[in-house]
Design a protein around this ligand. Structure first.
Ligand code: SGN
Ligand code: CA
Length: 539
């Protein structure tokens, strides 16, 4: 009997401890959008758009000015975030490679440790997420209008605009579905602002009336750069499509006959890709009659303007016209993300959950908003190498602080695990950001980061390269198709217009950074053998 009471008492104490521990463990709300450039977040830069809600996270927490990704492309970035390992080790080197889901991803560790876990929105993996109690994910890239989702119980189509819908299911889970006795780790993953940019009808109308400032390098001719920049197919004038991107009606294009410049992509296999009406009707065809009517008002204005004015424009004016259309739609989709992030932050505040919740806002990578005349990402150059990152954690992170440290998406898993007091596997390759977040920056020693991009030959034709980046310099090796090196002086040439690799003034910098890069490849277990292994066999 005595033993029975002892046992009961032990059980009671340990279950109280368990509860106590769980209560103390922070919730994690990981918000990630797709292709959201830091230039389009007012906490970083307010020339293009105001994002008051996303900015709340920075105001109440820490804004990272030098956050970057290890491989600037969608699914690989997500694989790095989930595994805490570089692409060459997790195997998801590009959007085509299969993700090996026998690997440990950090949500599994949270689930094992007693967290409630969920994922809503875009994953882009081809397999369902592991380690989540609930999920609703878009198939592949997903759709902006009336999106289809994959869930534990099968597929479902939800009527509405994707950014609103993902938020509705997120709030529903937070409010009604989760076990409120347990801490949660939730991944709230937007599709926006991914191409082809279809805003909600209301934002489409609102942003069509706006005009945006052009970046200094919109008319870049790529002189003083390498072959890769010159041959990439992501120039707004020559590669952005009229129907798919600018939302000119296919019927208008047909009436007009041949329109210059002709937009043709050369695929990696050498085949040509010409735009079709499907690029327009694929997304727009999903709208119901009521939604179509709302879009039609703005679509008619765009087509009328294009038909009347395009034929008499010179190339400079054509570039300017396309840049404005690009910004209007891209930023309109972001405005919806911002409104919806506001809804979720409001919910946390109203319920008091905000006090013990770590909120992260980031993107799977950055994006070119006309810098170097480009859209898209992929390159180690700043706009796509860097990614927005801000984190708030009441009573732990001092509000309104900034960090200039070289942090990466590789670090998120270990950061969240440490915050939740869960052991990280030894083979994760990042570093926890907790010392930076809590003001103990002396224990942060990293000075440079490693980058490696693989998806070539493929859409946009950005050549394979790896490199090293510290606060002052960026050294990159384009090793496939060409054998070219590039060095940028980040402090004196922040827009990266001059490759100074062969400038004798930089000889010593080149020597020491090349050594650092080699050391880094050894440290992270990357190698020439692996570079070769990942080259597509059919080329
Ligand atoms: C699609 C886009 C590309 C984009 C890739 C990868 N074309 O192919 O512009 O680079 O996705 O994007 S579109 O016809 O869909 O507009 S990623 O974010 O998934 O890596
Ligand atoms: Ca992306």
């Amino acid at each position: 009997m005595k033993y029975f009471f002892l046992l009961l008492a032990t059980f009671f104490i340990s279950s109280c401890n368990q509860k106590q521990q769980n209560i103390e463990k922070p919730n994690i709300l990981f918000i990630m959008s797709d292709d959201h450039a830091y230039q389009a977040i007012s906490a970083y830069d307010d020339r293009l758009i105001q994002t008051p809600n996303i900015d709340r996270i920075a105001k109440e927490g820490m804004l990272f000015n030098n956050a970057s990704v290890t491989n600037s492309i969608c699914a690989p970035s997500r694989a790095v975030i989930l595994t805490g390992k570089h692409s060459h080790l997790n195997g998801k080197i590009d959007n085509h490679a299969k993700f090996d889901d026998t690997q440990i991803t950090f949500p599994q560790l949270f689930q094992d440790a007693g967290y409630q876990t969920a994922m809503f929105g875009k994953l882009h993996f081809g397999n369902n997420p592991k380690g989540v109690d609930d999920f609703l994910i878009l198939p592949g890239q997903g759709s902006y209008i009336n999106p289809k989702f994959i869930g534990p119980k099968g597929d479902t189509i939800i009527t509405g605009y994707v950014t609103d819908v993902i938020t509705d299911v997120t709030l529903d889970w937070l409010d009604k579905k989760r076990d409120k006795e347990k801490p949660f780790m939730m991944m709230y993953l937007h599709k926006a602002p991914h191409r082809a940019w279809w805003p909600s009808p209301e934002k489409f109308a609102e942003f069509y009336e706006k005009e945006f400032p052009e970046p200094a390098s919109l008319f870049d001719d790529y002189s003083n750069r390498g072959t890769a920049a010159k041959t990439a197919e992501m120039n707004i004038l020559t590669h952005m499509q009229y129907m798919h991107d600018s939302k000119v009606r296919p019927e208008t294009m047909k009436e007009m006959g041949k329109v210059e410049p002709e937009i043709v992509y050369v695929r990696g296999d050498g085949t040509l890709m010409r735009p079709t009406a499907q690029g327009f009707y694929g997304p727009f065809g999903r709208a119901n009659e009521e939604q179509k009517k709302k879009y039609d008002v703005t679509l008619d204005k765009i087509s009328k303007d294009f038909k009347e004015n395009w034929p008499t424009m010179n190339d400079k004016e054509k570039m300017q016209w396309k840049f404005q259309r690009y910004m209007q739609d891209y930023l309109a989709t972001i405005s919806s993300v911002d409104d919806n992030v506001g809804r979720v932050l409001d919910y946390l505040e109203e319920t008091g959950l905000d006090e013990n919740t770590i909120v992260v806002y980031t993107s799977d990578q950055g994006f070119y908003l006309g810098e170097h005349g480009w859209f898209d990402k992929r390159f180690i150059y700043d706009e796509s190498f860097k990614t927005p990152l801000m984190i708030k954690w009441p009573n732990k992170i001092m509000p309104g602080t900034t960090s200039e440290e070289m942090v990466q998406n590789l670090d998120y898993a270990q950061t969240f695990l440490e915050a939740a007091m869960i052991d990280a596997p030894d083979d994760m390759q990042g570093e926890s950001l907790i010392p930076l977040l809590t003001g103990d920056s002396d224990s942060w020693t990293r000075e440079a980061v490693y980058y490696h991009y693989y998806e070539y030959p493929s859409v946009h034709m950005a050549k394979r390269h790896y490199g090293i980046v510290n606060k002052e310099f960026k050294l990159a090796h384009f090793y496939y198709d060409v054998d070219e090196w590039e060095l940028y002086d980040r402090l004196n040439d922040p827009n990266e217009m001059n490759n100074v690799y062969n400038d004798p003034k930089y000889k010593e910098v080149v020597e020491s950074l090349t050594q650092d890069l080699n050391d880094m490849r050894v440290k992270y277990k990357d190698s020439e053998e692996l570079d070769k292994k990942f080259i597509y066999k059919n080329k």
